[in-house]
Design a protein around this ligand. Structure first.
Ligand code: NAD
Length: 501
């Protein structure tokens, strides 16, 4: 595959969007947005891709009723049948993975080399949770004197799912697949900046046999459609992925209907490199975790904490590598960094170049915008930073790394934990006992030792502190999408207290 092959294939895939836009999909039917339309723009060349239905609270209400109506039949379907349907969805995603990847790249600016894998990960998410569907209702047997106590789980009901624009297809499947496997029905509100692959997902799922109304997609802005989703009384839970500030709004908006909420939010994740680490492997991981996916990644290792004894050597090798990262057209298979998602975000990320120098840090690599045809920025490294600076505390969400030195283990831990966030952390050391001590004290939901972030689907995914609430993955996803039930059966030996005799 070359850039021109990919461009040609993309052109074919975009034709239907250019002609018909992206409608909402409610109850198995395409619906116009009651708010009219808004434009979807490609960050690659700032061109208009197509019109997108602008959903309002009215559309959310119609979709919530569709999800509510479809719930009993989907809930009552045998787990075996639900599994078979979700496996077919996985297969259908695999069959259209190329199309999904190309549309995702054009819609988000993400590089094809990563999005082709992300599309397949979406299929894997469906396949994994399809397999889990058969045990979703399982519970415990907890006998007590005179009582057989058992627990079981039932799907909580129709739910709302709100997703962001970074790797939107993969993230949507990550939330939607377990909800469907649990027996819930869904109203999905994708990010307004990346509507294309959410449309492909609902279309693929229905084509694979998902009944109408089980998955509904309403496009639109967070302030209206997203808010209405949180407030809707028929929806029993909201699974949200996005910024920490938005997460706080989700909780408030859901309060009146006592929504169960699951929040996967932002991060300012430390990667601690001790002097005894395998520096070549650490270098690969540090670079991969901040510069791949355009740095628009919640688990990016955006704060490098490097031990003073190796700082100079490590930073020198880092600078050399960062300067060789290939920025370019996202559909070029050689490209490692594509353009950022949109104008506002581009301005936010590039504003940190001045912030860094005004705070007294140095720009050791990058530090400028790239080709102005799209929202390109150079991969950037700030050195000489301290942890109190804005570049060390705020989530920049771009290919921008802040390097901070530390002298010993205590200081490394203090710096690592000195942040509002607590999503992920990475530790590089060859000393196992130190790794155990440090991981025990790190305030983060997920920690990797001598590794980049490798997602294993049965493990818990989520953050501490301002990075979120709740966990995804394995049975943790079902804990969220299902209601626990306790049932006690008296054995006959159980004595019932008697009154009024
Ligand atoms: P965002 O919070 O701006 O938007 C996310 C979604 O929320 C969008 O669909 C948006 O329309 C919607 N939204 C906005 N305001 C809303 C409101 N008042 N009510 C309901 N919905 C509303 O986030 P973003 O800029 O799209 O995404 C980037 C952020 O997502 C980063 O902070 C990143 O770290 C985070 N993220 C976290 C994870 C994780 O697993 N922890 C994964 C990916 C991204």
């Amino acid at each position: 595959m070359t850039l021109s092959d990919n461009l040609k294939a993309l052109d074919g895939h975009l034709e239907r969007f250019r002609a018909g836009g992206v409608p909402n999909r409610i109850g198995g039917k395409d619906q116009a947005g009651t708010g009219g339309t808004f434009a979807s723009v490609s960050p690659v060349d700032k061109s208009r891709i197509c019109d997108v239905a602008l959903g309002t609270s009215e559309d959310i209400d119609i979709a919530a009723h569709a999800a509510h109506g479809a719930f009993p039949a989907w809930r009552n379907l045998s787990a075996k049948e639900r599994k078979a349907t979700l496996i077919r969805v996985a297969e259908a995603i695999e069959a259209r993975a190329e199309e999904i990847a190309l549309c995702e790249c054009w819609d988000t600016g993400q590089a094809y080399r990563f999005m082709s894998k992300a599309a397949l990960r979406g299929a894997e998410n469906f396949r994994y949770f399809a397999d889990q569907a058969v045990s979703a209702r399982d519970g415990y047997n907890l006998p007590s004197p005179g009582l057989a106590n058992v627990t079981t789980r039932v799907p909580i009901g129709p739910v709302g799912i709100i997703t962001p624009w970074n790797t939107p297809f993969m993230l949507s499947t990550w939330k939607i697949a377990p909800a469907l496997a649990a027996g819930c029905t869904v109203v999905h509100k994708p990010a307004e900046l990346s509507p294309l692959t959410a449309r492909l997902l609902v279309e693929i799922a229905e084509g694979a046999g998902l009944p109408p109304g089980v998955l509904n997609t309403v496009n639109g802005y967070g302030e209206e459609a997203g808010k209405a989703l949180c407030e809707h009384p028929l929806l029993k839970a909201i699974a949200f992925v996005g910024e920490s500030a938005t997460g706080k709004l989700i909780v408030k908006q859901g309060a009146d209907t006592l929504k169960r909420v699951h929040l996967e939010l932002g991060g300012k994740n430390p990667v601690i490199v001790f002097g005894d680490a395998d520096l070549e492997r650490a270098l690969d991981a540090v670079i991969f975790m901040i510069y791949s996916i355009n740095g628009e990644r919640c688990t990016s290792s955006s704060r490098l904490l490097v031990q003073e004894s190796i700082r100079e050597e490590f930073e020198a090798r880092l600078i050399d590598r960062v300067n060789r990262i290939k920025v370019g057209h996202p559909l070029d298979p050689a490209t490692e960094i594509g353009p950022l998602i949109a104008d506002d975000h581009f301005r936010k990320v590039t504003s940190y170049f001045d912030i860094a120098t005004s705070e007294g840090a140095a720009i050791a690599a990058g530090g400028a915008a790239g080709d102005a045809t799209g929202y390109f920025v150079q991969p950037t490294l700030f050195t000489g930073a301290d942890n109190g600076m804005r570049i060390a505390q705020e989530e920049i969400f771009g290919p921008v790394l802040t390097s901070i030195k530390f002298s010993d283990e205590d200081e490394a831990l203090e710096l690592a934990n000195d942040t509002d966030y607590g999503l992920a952390a990475y530790v590089w050391t060859s000393d196992l006992t130190r790794a155990l001590r440090v991981t025990d004290k790190l305030e983060a939901g997920m920690i990797w030792v001598n590794s980049e972030n490798v997602r294993h689907l049965p493990t818990p995914f989520g953050g501490a502190k301002s990075s979120g609430m709740g966990r995804d993955g394995g049975d943790w996803s079902f804990e969220f999408y299902m209601e626990q039930k306790h049932i006690g059966f008296a054995t006959g030996e159980h004595k019932i207290p008697r009154l009024g005799i």
